[in-house]
Design a protein around this ligand. Structure first.
Ligand SMILES: *[C@@H]1O[C@H](CO)[C@@H](O)[C@H](O)[C@H]1NC(C)=O
Ligand SMILES: *[C@@H]1O[C@H](CO)[C@@H](O)[C@H](O)[C@H]1NC(C)=O
Ligand SMILES: *[C@@H]1O[C@H](CO)[C@@H](O)[C@H](O)[C@H]1NC(C)=O
Ligand SMILES: *[C@@H]1O[C@H](CO)[C@@H](O)[C@H](O)[C@H]1NC(C)=O
Ligand SMILES: *[C@@H]1O[C@H](CO)[C@@H](O)[C@H](O)[C@H]1NC(C)=O
Ligand SMILES: *[C@@H]1O[C@H](CO)[C@@H](O)[C@H](O)[C@H]1NC(C)=O
Length: 443
């Protein structure tokens, strides 16, 4: 009964809050309502993190943020240089705190400033690269991003009271220089996709297209088209698979919060050159009662990480299949174990000519992974299979990392709870670097 009332209350808050925030943010922009938004994303070659940029505060300042697909919210360093006339702390027990699922009430003994107010609810943020934790005030401020029609960027639009967590600076340690926080794209109510969708009344869908190093890729919020030069709507080549979110509720609180934010897909089996990798189907499938297992998609890990038993089984079959292609194995180059001489490896539009790895998903659709996403050049004459052994006690069976996602368009549809994936866009003669970032001057 109590939980039903809490739920009802939350729902009412949610409706009231977002209808008011949608009104207030569209007021100064007259009647313009964007159909979608667009953010640029680049790969930092030294940290291998994906970095995006938004504008925040009054007056607006650009912020570089590491993209965190499964992240619960936006968090920003408020300790250094946070000046804004529009910052508001979220009072304990307010609507904002409920939306943020932040029930802890914080005090601050220093003079008030963003990130330090009395009677403000707080959230714990984790920087996943170092594992560092920080408690930050929940706050609200203006966030401005570019709208898009799917073909190129349009005018900037603002969310006047974007909810985020205001953290201390020390938590930035593991992030690339010049970055001041992380942009969470998870399934929570205050992650970027839900706040943008609620504010501008567009579907709770977003898409990421991660570029390789040295070029600019794109994140879309809202529905397709997602058009890449020369006029390829990558949304037309999506294959869909349902998300699998049925982990037991007995997992510890923090792990549970993270679980409730992340994206899981159901990998049923793995094929290499059409042959099923034996003896792993039982380990692959979703989350057991203790909450272990399953396959997540992450933007935080540069390479896919596999539980040891899966790693061994997959690499064994891959090595055998490569031998059948007359590809010569050479010594591993850290962090990779399975490497090959480039001598006998041809090159194709889809990257190095190597055996194709295919993830067979729960609804029997296949996600093929070609050479461009499987082979990492490590030296002039050596290519390595870009997957890592995560140990037998890895919490998940498979954590898909960014190298395997590059130049694939992935659409996360929160309303229909499904993932759309394009597979390698090179097959359609385009890439994630081909979004036209030149704004139309008329807008
Ligand atoms: C928030 O709610 C809790 C319990 O519902 C209550 O104990 C607390 O005093 C409230 N805090 C504020 C600042 O209203
Ligand atoms: C905040 O709360 C602390 C502890 O309750 C108190 O000492 C301090 O004066 C308060 N600060 C402000 C600005 O009210
Ligand atoms: C990438 O990260 C490194 C290490 O933090 C930093 O020195 C470098 O400036 C970053 N590169 C770009 C292009 O931001
Ligand atoms: C999890 O969900 C999948 C697909 O929705 C289902 O086949 C499976 O039985 C579920 N597992 C548990 C433990 O509920
Ligand atoms: C591999 O080499 C063998 C012997 O040289 C040859 O018969 C076979 O056709 C080659 N296979 C491929 C796939 O190139
Ligand atoms: C990119 O978009 C701009 C604005 O609409 C347009 O003027 C330009 O021609 C486009 N570039 C290409 C290569 O199509």
């Amino acid at each position: 009964m109590a939980s039903f009332f809490q739920y009802l209350l939350l729902l009412l808050f949610f409706i009231a809050y977002f209808s008011s925030s949608a009104q207030s943010s569209s007021r100064p922009k007259s009647s313009f309502r964007p159909r979608a938004l667009v953010l640029p994303v680049t790969k930092n070659a030294s940290t291998l993190q994906y970095v995006t940029q938004i504008h925040q505060r009054t007056p607006l300042v650009p912020l570089n943020l590491v993209l965190d697909l499964g992240g619960q919210n936006l968090w920003v360093d408020c300790e250094k240089h946070y000046t804004s006339s529009t910052y508001r702390p979220a009072r304990c027990n307010s609507t904002q705190c409920s939306l943020a699922d932040a029930s802890t009430c914080g005090e601050c003994n220093e003079p008030p400033r963003p990130g330090c107010h009395n009677s403000t609810c707080t959230l714990d943020s984790q920087e996943p690269h170092t594992g560092g934790f920080a408690t930050g005030d929940v706050g609200q401020d203006v966030v401005s991003v570019q709208s898009t029609n799917g073909f190129h960027p349009g005018r900037n639009v603002a969310v006047s009271r974007f909810i985020f967590s205001c953290t201390p600076s020390y938590i930035l340690q593991g992030l690339a220089d010049g970055v001041s926080g992380m942009a969470g794209l998870g399934r929570t109510k205050i992650a970027l996709p839900s706040q943008f969708a609620s504010t501008f009344c567009f579907p709770r869908k977003f898409a990421i297209c991660l570029p390789s190093s040295g070029s600019k890729g794109v994140v879309f919020f809202g529905d397709s088209p997602y058009v890449f030069l020369p006029n390829v709507n990558a949304a037309q080549s999506l294959t869909y698979t349902p998300f699998i979110f049925n982990r037991s509720s007995s997992v510890p609180m923090f792990a549970k919060r993270q679980f409730l934010s992340e994206y899981y897909i159901g990998v049923k089996s793995i094929k290499i050159d059409q042959k099923v990798v034996p003896n792993i189907n039982k380990i692959l499938l979703p989350a057991d009662k203790e909450g272990f297992g399953g396959t997540t998609i992450s933007t935080l890990y540069p390479y896919t990480i596999l539980k040891t038993s899966i790693f061994k089984a997959v690499t064994k079959v891959f090595i055998k299949a490569s031998a059948a292609w007359n590809i010569t194995r050479v010594a591993g180059v850290a962090p990779f174990e399975v490497c090959f001489s480039k001598d006998n490896i041809g090159s194709t539009r889809l990257g190095p000519a190597v055996p194709t790895i295919e993830l067979v998903l729960v609804n029997n659709v296949g996600w093929p992974i070609f050479g461009a996403n499987s082979m990492v050049p490590v030296k002039d004459d050596v290519l390595c299979l870009g997957v890592l052994d995560g140990g037998e006690f890895l919490e998940k069976s498979i954590m898909m990392g960014t190298y395997q996602l590059e130049n694939n368009l992935l659409q996360f549809d929160l309303d229909s709870s499904r993932l759309g994936f394009s597979s390698l866009l090179f097959g359609r003669k385009t890439s994630c670097a081909n979004f036209n970032f030149t704004s139309a001057t008329a807008e």
